[in-house]
Ligand binder design. Structure first.
Ligand SMILES: Cc1cc2nc3c(=O)[nH]c(=O)nc-3n(C[C@H](O)[C@H](O)[C@H](O)COP(=O)(O)O)c2cc1C
Length: 410
């Protein structure tokens, strides 16, 4: 019998074939984190997902080799899923001038190269489609840090920004450091909705395994659903929850019409973290919170427009007070109670937990206790791209390492 270093079939270059795929459980008791999960016909080999992370490194919205290496590194190290960063469907919907985009065909090729590489390593990959709304045209974090406190964070026209072309549900800036948005007209909404659909068509051609709809962190869709950022008096806003949900739900419906047979994830912020309750005693909604989040997801489920809800929080209220805090630090897993509440309300829904998840034992306990179905990590993966392999070691099982890296794990 010939012993050949077999290639990944159909890949554009020679890559040794990993069998089974990197990050697949091999031996020892199988922790929940390493049980595959099927979502709308797509099987994820484990439940450790890479959370979307802006890199502020795109060239006019085009992914570069930075993204190839950054994302590729997670694919060669066993993540169950990778979600590419917030990717804007129109140029002025970018958070910073160097953010990712999918508003033109030329942006497809570098993404396709990344997707094909991830697939060659047996890793599922999706993309987070986004519009930053009133939080657009701001500096990358390390540039923001240089400006010092008390100054504007708005990237001006001579800094590749577009401060005069920022719009939102209502003309309310996020803070004095942010741009002054114009109130969106029906025409603006239609234009954004159509841009989402065009981006989805491109995702199909590229071959992404799933799409995540960004409805969190104070960006456009979150701005629509929250009464703090949406004070419109027409059918798209104000105190009526139904009105505030109308536009984001309509966009999701259009996405689903186009993205019929693959998973559609939605990332929500489950609270604005503003002071006071979500609802007043007379039943008026005062801020966005878990109660409305559950109702919105109920609507999504009834329309068949969501396959996984990722429960994040905050980002829409400048004076947000995130908690609980112990010794000046936000407690690990502070957003998990939102995932748990969502799961309790909709037991058959696949729910993701995210936020300060780093200890594999604790992550495992969230799944074991039924608080969530998958966990997403961002900074944990930046600190340690080998998080999946390390988690397996901590949990006392063996998972497949890349052939090329196996000697590090025996
Ligand atoms: C560098 C960086 C970039 C981020 N970019 C995005 C993004 O594009 N979209 C998003 O929804 N969240 C973004 N986030 C938030 C993360 O996805 C995640 O929800 C948050 O960091 C909490 O998870 P963690 O404690 O594991 O980092 C970003 C976080 C970091 C650290």
């Amino acid at each position: 019998m010939a012993h050949v270093n077999a290639a990944v079939p159909g890949a554009r270059e020679f890559y040794p074939l990993n069998e089974p795929a990197i990050g697949t459980h091999l031996a020892g008791e199988q922790p929940e984190l390493f049980k595959p999960i099927e979502i709308k016909g797509v099987t994820f080999k484990n439940r450790i997902f890479v959370s979307p992370m802006c890199q502020y490194s795109s060239s006019n919205g085009h992914a570069t080799d930075w993204h190839f290496v950054h994302i590729g590194g997670f694919a060669t190290r066993g993540a169950g899923s990778i979600c590419m960063e917030a990717t804007s469907v129109v140029p002025e919907g970018r958070i910073s001038p160097e953010d990712a985009g999918l508003w033109q065909d030329s942006q497809m090729a570098p993404l396709q190269r990344i997707v094909e590489f991830c697939h060659s390593q047996g890793t599922k990959i999706g993309i987070q489609l986004c519009h930053a709304g009133r939080k657009a045209t701001t500096y990358a974090p390390w540039i923001k840090a240089k400006t010092g406190h008390g100054t504007s964070w708005v990237a001006q026209a001579d800094e590749n920004g577009w401060p005069d072309n920022v719009y939102a549900p209502s003309a309310i800036p996020w803070s004095e450091k942010y741009p002054n948005p114009k109130m969106m007209t029906e025409q603006d909404m239609q234009y954004v909705e159509d841009a989402f659909v065009l981006a989805v068509k491109r995702c199909k051609k590229i071959g992404f395994d799933f799409i995540e709809f960004h409805a969190a962190h104070g960006y456009l869709m979150h701005e629509f659903v929250s009464p703090l950022s949406n004070t419109r008096t027409d059918q798209y806003g104000g105190s009526s929850l139904e009105n505030r949900l109308r536009f984001p739900t309509r966009v999701l419906e259009r996405i689903r019409q186009e993205w019929t047979d693959k998973p559609l994830f939605v990332r929500i912020s489950a609270t604005d973290w503003a002071e006071g309750p979500e609802k007043s005693e007379d039943g008026t909604w005062l801020q966005w919170g878990i109660e409305q989040s559950i109702l919105w997801v109920e609507k999504m489920l009834s329309l068949g427009i969501v396959d996984l809800v990722d429960c994040s929080s905050g980002g829409n209220w400048f004076k947000q007070k995130i908690g609980p805090v112990i010794d000046g630090k936000i407690v690990p897993g502070y957003q998990v109670p939102f995932a748990e509440a969502m799961k309790k309300a909709h037991p058959s829904l696949i729910v993701g937990a995210v936020g300060t998840i780093d200890d594999p034992m604790v992550a495992e306990s969230y799944l074991k206790d039924g608080k969530a179905d998958v966990v997403s990590l961002a900074r944990g993966f930046l600190r340690d791209p080998h998080w999946v392999l390390r988690a397996a070691k901590t949990l006392g099982c063996t998972v497949k390492a890349a052939n090329q890296y196996e000697r590090a794990w025996h």
